[in-house]
Design a protein around this ligand. Structure first.
Ligand code: MLT
Length: 409
């Protein structure tokens, strides 16, 4: 007799974005005249750049002739792309081998799956608030106890609160934890970790033989040269960190699907030899995954070409200009705003101590604008709200204008 994975029953609510979609549809049904503007999910809107389109076309053309046709590639990604990624990191002073890179169909699946190579009794720690995938997948894997309604936390997990008081970067865990998820530039708070802050976590992880799972999906939004774009810019990180990254926000590949994960061979945990965790991830990917689309990988190569990088920098600047427009607009309205520089997310304190969902409803009803309730990212996000800079300029300007003119605070 088949039985369910009971851990699914523990999940606190629906996944955040479908829940926002449900509420939005309901509002639209009740107000068909409302032209709703979306600054909620961090979904790219602008067309891919010319070199990248050319690379993707090249990927398609190759499939049309016998000489260049390819079927399955290497599960861990085609070697030219992994070598190009290694060269990209070398350009910022980080030396990694091509076989430390694992190309995938995006950072979300890798963020979800990486926990599967670690023992179920590992203690997992999360920034609070955090991208919901980290917590939910550890719940599904059975690493938590029950969800506690009064605290908004799962039993057995360690929460690392990120608040105004610590500039949205968590203090070190007070106890020994095994897996630590960090994201910088941060989704959702838009905070970017400084070198010393990451160094303190690397030191903690090496001392405790824990693993930092570092999500760098928004790294290309950093323009301040003092801020690290990769955890491997920190000395000693190769012994204790895994980095997950993506072409989604870097190059507009949210629909194309392409990302990568770096598992250094130097990484060691309590019961592993050097190279073993790298091999386990290789084993996991070769068993569960047949490799990213060959067309998408040609696109990835084009992103990393000189012209592609230049064009993607311009694309990123477009979104960062949106971020400035949102930031200025909210500040002029007297709202308390964080993030939005070196990161494409704005994190605002809800006015008048409203809850995150109260503010969601208010913004939708008064300005017809969708954002993301902070509490959806964890209990420390209560009373905060996230706006994404990934909209089309006209939409962003209209939304900010409506917030300024219609929102009653
Ligand atoms: C977000 O809005 O947090 C992200 O776009 C979701 C994602 O990248 O999966």
């Amino acid at each position: 007799m088949a039985r369910k994975n009971q851990h699914y029953q523990k999940l606190a609510a629906g996944y955040l974005f479908p829940e926002i979609g449900r509420r939005t549809r309901l509002f639209q049904e009740q107000h068909p005249e409302a032209e709703i503007l979306r600054l909620g999910i961090g979904n790219t809107t602008e067309p891919l750049t010319p070199s990248v389109i050319e690379g993707l076309h090249d990927g398609v053309s190759r499939l049309a002739s016998l000489e260049t046709y390819t079927g399955y590639g290497d599960e861990q990604g085609d070697l030219p792309l992994r070598e190009k990624l290694a060269a990209f990191y070398a350009g910022r002073g980080v030396n990694l081998d091509a076989d430390e890179f694992f190309v995938s169909d995006g950072a979300k699946p890798d963020s979800a799956n990486i926990q599967s190579i670690f023992s179920r009794d590992c203690i997992a720690a999360f920034q609070d608030p955090a991208y919901p995938v980290y917590v939910d997948t550890n719940v599904i894997a059975g690493r938590s106890g029950e969800f506690q309604k009064d605290t908004g936390r799962y039993e057995g997990f360690v929460y690392l609160p990120c608040s105004r008081e610590n500039n949205f970067f968590p203090n070190l865990p007070e106890q020994k934890v095994d897996l630590i998820y960090l994201c910088s530039p941060n989704n959702p708070t838009g905070a970017v970790a400084a070198r010393e802050q990451l160094a303190s976590y690397v030191e903690y992880a090496r001392r405790n033989r824990s693993v930092l799972i570092f999500d760098a999906s928004y790294a290309e939004y950093i323009s301040d040269p003092a801020l690290p774009k990769s955890i491997f810019e920190i000395e000693g990180a190769k012994e204790c960190a895994i980095e997950i990254n993506s072409f989604s926000k870097f190059a507009g590949f949210t629909g194309v699907r392409l990302g990568w994960t770096i598992v250094p061979k130097d990484l060691v945990i309590e019961d592993s030899e050097p190279g073993e965790i790298n091999h386990m991830w290789f084993r996991r990917q070769t068993t569960f995954f047949n490799g990213a689309s060959n067309i998408a990988q040609r696109g990835g190569l084009a992103v990393l070409s000189d012209a592609g990088l230049q064009e993607c920098r311009e694309l990123i600047q477009y979104y960062m200009n949106n971020a400035s427009i949102i930031r200025e607009g909210l500040l002029s309205k007297g709202l308390e705003v964080y993030g939005g520089s070196n990161a494409p997310y704005l994190w605002l304190k809800t006015p008048g101590n409203m809850t995150s969902w109260e503010f969601f409803d208010k913004l939708l009803e008064e300005a017809w604008v969708i954002g993301t309730p902070g509490v959806g990212f964890g209990p420390a996000g209560e009373g905060y709200f996230r706006l994404s800079a990934f909209g089309h300029r006209e939409v962003v300007e209209t939304a900010v204008g409506r917030i300024q003119s219609r929102l009653k605070i």
